[in-house]
Write a protein that binds this ligand. Structure first.
Ligand SMILES: [Zn+2]
Length: 326
């Protein structure tokens, strides 16, 4: 392991032990929205609250922007959770990141990042699904199949209100990079999801996903299509339209793991996300060493994982314990 990365991981391990928010239980939307407002009120120079719109059933959809600079004049990174309402570990991950960025915004590790980018954090993409405890939106549509992609026009997509709101945000911001958090397996996935063809930035994606997964000690990082093919995902839309370097990060093996495991899940996901954002900073300074993925996606498995284990971990469509997540 490279020395700077090891140093980062040691720092992340130490700093993520002390978060201000309690992750011994899951938060309600009321908790979440009052937390977002409170953070913006307490630190107006750093944290900005925005109301994006409301869901089909009238629930508010809000996000924060955290930056040490002027958000209007900086490139932006978008971190979102809860495309799928029942994947509550993804919601908590965004809350953990907000907490972590605010607590550590003066650390040498984050100072530059937060001075160079505006970080957009949306904990609840799909608040109706969250309230109803379902993957889908209030009308039964899957939000992460609702985006346009190279095989489907915008007119034939964006049937759900929360995803139309995300579209408004991403089309005005044209994010440099993004992470969409999900939960139901552990791993990091990159575009494309709709085709086995490699994306133009395949090796860069491979490098970013490997770093992100490595910081979480997750062995799985693969082009999303090779996890399973899916049409209409967030990562494909923002990459296709804006060149946003977007990953799906699956933070835990269950959509909503037992509360006693939650703090560990959130800490680990913070580590992966911070490693990702720092890699984007390095990339934009021309300092990121891009690795080339030599052969097919299957070689991303470390040799130490026995084939039987690979088969069960991969088997999400073929009767594996965990259903669809992303
Ligand atoms: Zn999901």
């Amino acid at each position: 392991m490279a020395k700077p990365l090891l140093g980062l991981l040691v720092w992340l391990f130490a700093t993520t032990q002390a978060l201000a928010l309690e992750f011994s239980h899951y938060h309600s939307q009321v908790d979440i929205d009052s937390y977002l407002l409170q953070m913006a009120r307490e630190r107006p120079e750093l944290v900005h609250f925005h109301h994006l719109g409301s869901s089909e059933q009238g629930r508010p959809i809000n996000y924060l922007v955290i930056s040490r600079g002027d958000p209007e004049n900086l490139p932006a990174i978008f971190l979102n959770g809860t495309h799928h309402g029942d994947e509550r570990a993804s919601t908590e991950t965004v809350l953990g990141l907000i907490d972590f960025l605010i607590l550590n915004h003066q650390s040498p590790q984050l100072k530059e990042l937060l001075s160079s980018y505006a970080i957009y954090l949306q904990p609840l993409v799909n608040p109706d699904g969250f309230a109803l405890g379902t993957r889908f939106d209030a009308r039964g549509f899957d939000p992460n199949r609702d985006y346009a992609f190279p095989g489907r026009s915008e007119e034939d997509s964006f049937k759900t209100k929360p995803i139309r709101l995300v579209k408004e945000l991403v089309s005005s911001m044209r994010f440099r990079a993004a992470l969409a958090f999900h939960s139901g397996m552990e791993g990091v996935l990159w575009a494309w999801a709709h085709t086995a063809d490699r994306a133009p930035d395949h090796d860069l994606y491979y490098t970013l996903a490997k770093l992100t997964a490595g910081a979480m000690a997750m062995p799985r990082y693969v082009q999303s299509y090779h996890d399973y093919p899916a049409l209409g995902e967030f990562i494909d839309f923002v990459y296709m339209n804006y060149g946003t370097l977007a990953l799906t990060v699956e933070v835990a093996n269950e959509p909503s793991p037992p509360a006693r495991e939650l703090a560990g899940v959130v800490r680990r996901a913070i580590g992966g996300s911070v490693a990702f954002m720092l890699a984007i900073l390095e990339l934009d300074r021309g300092q990121l060493r891009i690795e080339h993925q030599a052969t097919s996606a299957s070689t991303t498995w470390p040799a130490s994982i026995p084939p039987a284990k690979i088969a069960t971990t991969r088997g999400r469509q073929g009767g594996g314990a965990s259903p669809l997540s992303r």
